[in-house]
Design a binder for this molecule. Structure first.
Ligand code: NAD
Length: 393
């Protein structure tokens, strides 16, 4: 597979590259990869666990992928150092290409010096052409683009420019940068070039009506949004228990603290809003009503990539008696995220080779805010994915 990662030097991207290469070389086992479960036997004929990586970035462009991986490893030490040594030469060959940071919010100022195409004075058309050129040079029939860049603020949708393919093209031709955001431009470039696209972030990406239409027209599969890896995974696995036992959830508080770049970017109000909306909407969809809910995300530098979520659930049982449930999720963000990036890429490639296009709704299992799907219950999502795979292969 050829995986093009948007946000190539971030911790999720670099851990995906390290893990992908380590699996390929047999240095680690396949724990964490959903696509390696017996339910998905045969996927290897469509998407092998052999990898080449490339991607776009907006900082540290003088570095290579190995150096970027090492920078994260030094701070987090989130896997055995010997793995990094063994694959160093493979990752050294990869240099991310300069991307765009349009409408990425104030949060990305935290990342250091930004190097973006618009800062070089390029028009929207020129930016899109550069992105497309980079991706085209890399692509073959086994290529997938996955967005693992920092979360953008909530996009303001515009009827004229975002609803139709013609409108989107007009926005580019008229250089209306104020209506464009980086994630939509990357998604456009992938779909226009018939490359499957996955959005691991809550950013708008391919969810614009114009890009959904383009995906159908170009027969490209796509999926998103926002990888379901930590607190939301536990929440959407646990909430059905209250539903099945006819217990009434009165309130659910989730307090998340995290460090690292993702935490820094999310400490900015506009960038954080996208994430909170994505996390918050799940309970109503599972339970059918909205319990009182508090969802907080706060930056906690010393935790680095170790994300801790404290959840408190207040619920009512027989005779109106109130009871409480607490859990603490203490996950290493990149370790839970990166196998899913590989899984998403594999299922998208499988979908493409089986002639599926548009939003692959059956991939809801991987996302906090699955596009065009109201199935939020993790158990049901897994059955959907397994059923779809069985009927498609
Ligand atoms: P990170 O800050 O380590 O990495 C993000 C990378 O994207 C950085 O290297 C940054 O320079 C780059 N970037 C930012 N804007 C860009 C742009 N417009 N074009 C190209 N590159 C850009 O963050 P991370 O922890 O790797 O998370 C990546 C994304 O995945 C975030 O949006 C996060 O919310 C999302 N996500 C992560 C998890 C998880 O880690 N468990 C779960 C769900 C979603």
């Amino acid at each position: 597979m050829k995986l093009w990662l948007i946000g190539a030097y971030g911790i999720v991207a670099t851990t995906t590259a390290v893990g992908g290469k380590a699996v390929e070389k047999g240095l680690i086992n396949k724990t964490g990869l959903v696509s390696e479960l017996p339910q998905f036997d045969g996927i290897n004929d469509y998407a092998k666990l052999r990898f080449e990586f490339g991607g776009h970035e907006i900082r540290n462009l003088d570095k290579n992928l190995s150096q970027a991986a090492y920078m994260h490893w030094e701070k987090n030490r989130h896997y055995d150092a010997s793995i990094l040594k063994e694959i160093k030469h493979d990752l050294e060959k990869v240099n991310a290409k300069k991307g765009t940071a349009l409408a990425c919010g104030t949060g990305i100022e935290e990342l250091g010096k930004i190097q973006s195409l618009e800062n070089d004075g390029l028009s929207l058309r020129e930016i899109v052409e550069r992105i497309e050129r980079d991706i085209r040079k890399f692509k073959n029939n086994d290529t997938v683009v996955i967005n693992v860049a920092s979360t953008e603020p909530v996009a303001k949708l515009n009827e004229k420019y975002h609803n139709s393919i013609e409108g989107f093209e007009e926005m580019i031709d008229e250089d209306k940068k104020e209506f464009a955001s980086a994630s939509m431009l990357y998604a456009y470039a992938a779909i226009k070039n018939k490359i499957p696209y996955g959005n691991f972030t809550p950013s708008i990406g391919s969810s614009l009506p114009a890009l959904k239409k383009l995906a159908i027209e170009n027969e490209v599969p796509h999926a998103g949004n926002d990888g379901k890896t930590g607190e939301t995974l536990v929440k959407t696995t646990l909430a059905p228990m209250f539903l099945y036992r006819n217990l009434e959830v009165i309130g659910w508080m989730g307090y998340n603290i995290l460090g690292d770049f993702d935490g820094k970017v999310l400490s900015h109000k506009d960038n954080k809003e996208s994430k909170i909306i994505s996390k918050d909407s799940v309970l109503k969809k599972i339970l059918g009503y909205s319990p009182y809910s508090i969802t907080e995300i706060e930056y906690f530098p010393s935790l680095v990539d170790n994300k801790t979520a404290f959840d408190f659930i207040h619920f009512k049982g027989f005779l109106g008696t109130k009871m409480k449930f607490y859990f603490v999720w203490d996950g290493i963000d990149a370790i839970v995220a990166s196998p899913l990036v590989i899984d998403i890429a594999r299922f998208l490639l499988f979908a493409k080779k089986k002639g599926k296009c548009g939003v692959i709704k059956q991939m809801a299992f991987f996302f906090k805010s699955p596009m065009e799907s109201n199935t939020i219950n993790t158990h049901e999502q897994f059955q959907q994915l397994a059923g779809w795979f069985k009927n498609t292969i």
